[in-house]
Design a protein around this ligand. Structure first.
Ligand code: C2E
Ligand code: MG
Ligand code: MG
Length: 744
């Protein structure tokens, strides 16, 4: 088509200008190359137009190469008019200056080869020039730098075998440079992104992503193009929902705010890294590009720091499972969800039976090993959504989702007990490992997680001191608490009415069989004759301050009775009385004991005070000072129920005790459990080395007595010799004992 109508040309130029304006508006960052291309095209078109018009006009007259040369001589573009036999070659001034030639040589071949960037005038090279719409040539210009020209060649005339061509050049040198610069800009961009370690992802259709080179590096992608499904598959399963909602909100929301979600994405090293995935809604005011763009910033290190902080705050050091804080936090969250979503969960609180024994006999390292293994067992029973935690010492808890199976907590606790017992092998083969559990259900069993948890503990305690118990919480367990106030009133009246009475249980010297003392054990004899044991009312008395009155009675009555027996001519024996912590920590303790001794006339060496180790260790410094005061009076001190508290043998160094009472639980096991025997005999040995006498509580048969005697235990107490009995009865015992042992 010959464009010879200025109107059409004007129209095309106007349309093109319109297009350029529109494009530069939509892609502002592409404005420079678009405008340059546009201007160059316009110039090129204008020349073509001018020449075409001229040729058109000339074709109507007679066209001559010389005419063309004349016109093109001063045009500010590169032009060559040439014949294909190279007999005539004309280069306009602009072209000559570029090549650095002042006038055309007779032999034009060298110039034309240079101008067209070819090394010979073979046919195929010529064909490249005339056959293509554009032929790109590179040559060294007069200023010794490289020039690139795109030649466009058209046939002007053919006469016989010779053709006349017009080649118009378009200098690409600047554009090439610009492209190079653009390439550099891209490099700089990529370089800065990789320095900042920011990956960029863009998409115009929300299906296919273009990933920046930093993204490719971070995620180890194969190329810059990635499908959204593939990208999603790299995201950690737990974070995909977050990603989906980010994508959804990017497509639908407006607003100018950069949003961010934290995602774990599988990265080049094959591991999941934490990324901050930042994006702007597509329709946001600031988003001029109709595309979705997002940035990825690897913040794994920050997450690791948070994780370490969280670990410190929420993980138990020894077992590496959750600690009490975590249990309380997660527990309360779960409790709230339960109420909201109609779920329920079980909470099982578990206590390792006699754990202190393991610690004392095997050392802390082994004790910790048992705790770790126990935590491992608990973990096996925790399904997703549940939790296992160490609350304190040997106290653990697990939280289990309830699916309507009411036997689940009982079954689980039993399985835990079975698994735990199996750990008694290898180094621990001579030990019997057991644990006790209490459980409750939330939200049913309390108004908060804490309450439900306390109810599980309450259930655990209701199993008493027995081993291997499992107890479910029941609301009626509280009846005993409600009954307390009634009991308090009753007890108070009982004290007024002298319904309290001391029973005495004999203590026997294991080598002579002679009675060496009695333990005063309180009984409440109701008017109807029922005998109430101390476990049923001493704790109530303690919490209601009635204990002071009870202890005063026991102290005075014990001293009085002992003195009376001495006066009656019975052998001198030690009277042991029990003190609770309320009694023991009284400031005037020494005065009260002294008063009782003076009032009754009993020598202090015939009085012994029994303290439990838990009591003594609750405030060890104060306990030691109180004990010393009693020792100053000459009163003996016994450590009661030794082995049931949290103490270790090392406390024997600090506490000024004269007698160690081995707890009944060891004596029960001593016949069959090697470890119980080992503990008892080593405790006896150690006590002896510290000049502390030992007594075994709860001896019920001769075999136990025999084992203990052989182990070096000094004294024994238990049903084998006699149950706690009233004063008159124990007098009969004295007489009988005197008869039996008179020759010893
Ligand atoms: P405890 O001081 O360890 O007393 C020993 C308990 O073991 C007594 O129970 C005794 O009857 C029981 N016992 C002794 N030998 C055997 C045996 O061979 N087999 C069995 N199964 N049990 C045996 P009791 O009298 O019921 O006293 C329980 C606890 O109540 C005492 O434990 C003591 O802590 C406390 N208690 C007793 N009297 C008093 C008191 O006057 N004041 C205070 N504060 N507490 C007292
Ligand atoms: Mg006692
Ligand atoms: Mg005891």
């Amino acid at each position: 088509m010959k464009i010879n109508n200025p109107l059409i040309a004007a129209l095309i130029i106007t349309m093109a200008t319109g297009l350029v304006v529109a494009y530069t508006h939509v892609f502002p960052e592409m404005a420079v190359p678009i405008i340059i291309t546009y201007i160059s095209t316009i110039i090129f078109l204008s020349i073509i137009l001018a020449i075409s018009a001229w040729i058109y006009r000339k074709s109507k007259s007679s066209v001559d190469a010389g005419d063309i040369a004349g016109i093109s001589e001063n045009l500010n573009t590169e032009m060559i008019i040439w014949t294909d036999d190279f007999s005539a070659v004309y280069m306009n001034k602009h072209m000559r200056e570029l090549l650095g030639i002042e006038s055309m040589n007779f032999d034009h071949k060298a110039e034309i080869m240079r101008a067209f960037g070819i090394d010979s005038l073979e046919k195929e090279n010529i064909q490249k020039i005339i056959g293509n719409t554009s032929h790109e040539a590179r040559f060294t210009n007069a200023e010794n730098s490289v020039t690139t020209i795109a030649w466009s060649t058209s046939l002007i005339k053919k006469k016989k075998n010779i053709s006349l061509y017009l080649s118009t050049g378009f200098n690409l040198t600047e554009i090439k440079k610009m492209r190079l610069n653009l390439a550099n800009t891209n490099d700089i961009f990529n370089y800065s992104m990789s320095l900042a370690e920011i990956g960029i992802i863009m998409s115009s259709d929300m299906v296919n992503y273009i990933a920046s080179s930093e993204t490719v590096r971070m995620l180890g992608l194969k190329g810059n193009n990635i499908n959204i499904k593939t990208f999603r598959s790299l995201i950690h399963a737990n974070d995909r929902l977050q990603f989906d909602s980010a994508i959804k909100s990017a497509g639908t929301e407006t607003g100018n705010e950069v949003k961010s979600v934290e995602l774990r994405i599988r990265s080049a090293d094959g591991f999941y890294h934490w990324y901050s995935y930042r994006y702007k809604p597509i329709n946001s005011a600031g988003n001029k590009l109709p595309m979705f763009s997002s940035a990825l910033i690897d913040n794994t290190k920050e997450h690791e720091k948070d994780y370490i902080i969280e670990r410190l705050a929420y993980t138990d050091d020894v077992t590496e499972i959750a600690n009490r804080n975590k249990l309380m936090d997660i527990g309360q969250e779960t409790y709230e969800q339960c109420s909201l979503l109609n779920y329920s969960y079980w909470i099982i609180v578990i206590d390792i039976d006699r754990f202190h024994i393991i610690n004392d006999s095997y050392g802390y390292q082994n004790g910790n090993q048992i705790l770790k293994s126990f935590a491992g067992i608990l973990y096996k029973f925790v399904a997703p959504g549940g939790l296992a935690a160490r609350i304190s010492g040997d106290n653990f808890a697990i939280v289990l989702r309830d699916y309507g199976d009411d036997d689940l907590p009982l079954r689980t606790a039993k399985s835990i007990q079975e698994e735990f017992a199996k750990l008694a092998k290898g180094d621990f083969s001579s030990i019997s490992l057991s644990c006790s559990a209490g459980y409750s259900k939330m939200p049913e069993d309390g108004n908060s997680f804490l309450e439900v948890f306390e109810h599980a503990e309450f259930a655990l305690k209701s199993g008493g001191n027995e081993n291997n118990t499992i107890c479910g919480y029941e609301a009626r367990m509280h009846d005993s608490i409600i009954g307390r106030t009634e009991l308090e009133k009753e007890l108070s009246t009982a004290i007024d009415n002298n319904e309290l009475q001391l029973f005495y249980q004999p203590k026997i010297n294991l080598s002579t069989g002679k009675i060496m003392g009695v333990e005063a054990l309180i009984r409440w004899i109701k008017p109807d004759g029922t005998v109430v044991r101390p476990d049923a009312f001493v704790p109530v008395a303690e919490s209601s301050h009635l204990i002071g009155r009870i202890s005063e009675f026991v102290l005075n009555e014990g001293c009085r009775q002992n003195k009376l027996w001495q006066k009656m001519g019975y052998p001198e024996i030690v009277m042991s009385i029990n003190f609770t912590s309320t009694d023991f920590y009284q400031k005037d303790l020494k005065d009260k004991v002294f008063e009782a001794l003076v009032k009754t006339g009993l020598d202090s060496k015939w009085l012994e005070v029994e303290l439990t180790e838990t009591l003594a260790l609750s405030d060890i410094d104060y306990a030691v000072s109180q004990m010393k005061k009693l020792r100053e009076l000459g009163v003996k001190l016994a450590m009661d129920d030794f082995g049931t508290g949290y103490s270790s043998l090392s406390y024997l160094q600090i506490l000024p005790i004269t007698l160690l009472k081995l707890d009944r639980s060891f004596i029960i096991d001593i016949e069959h459990d090697n470890i119980a025997y080992e503990i008892v005999s080593s405790v006896i040995r150690i006590a002896k080395s510290k000049k502390i006498e030992t007594i075994a509580e709860g001896i019920e048969n001769l075999n136990q007595e025999d084992i203990l005697r052989k182990a070096g235990c000094d004294f024994g107490q238990g049903y084998l010799y006699g149950k706690p009995m009233p004063a008159e009865k124990i007098q009969e015992f004295f007489e009988e004992n005197m008869k039996q042992t008179q020759n010893k």
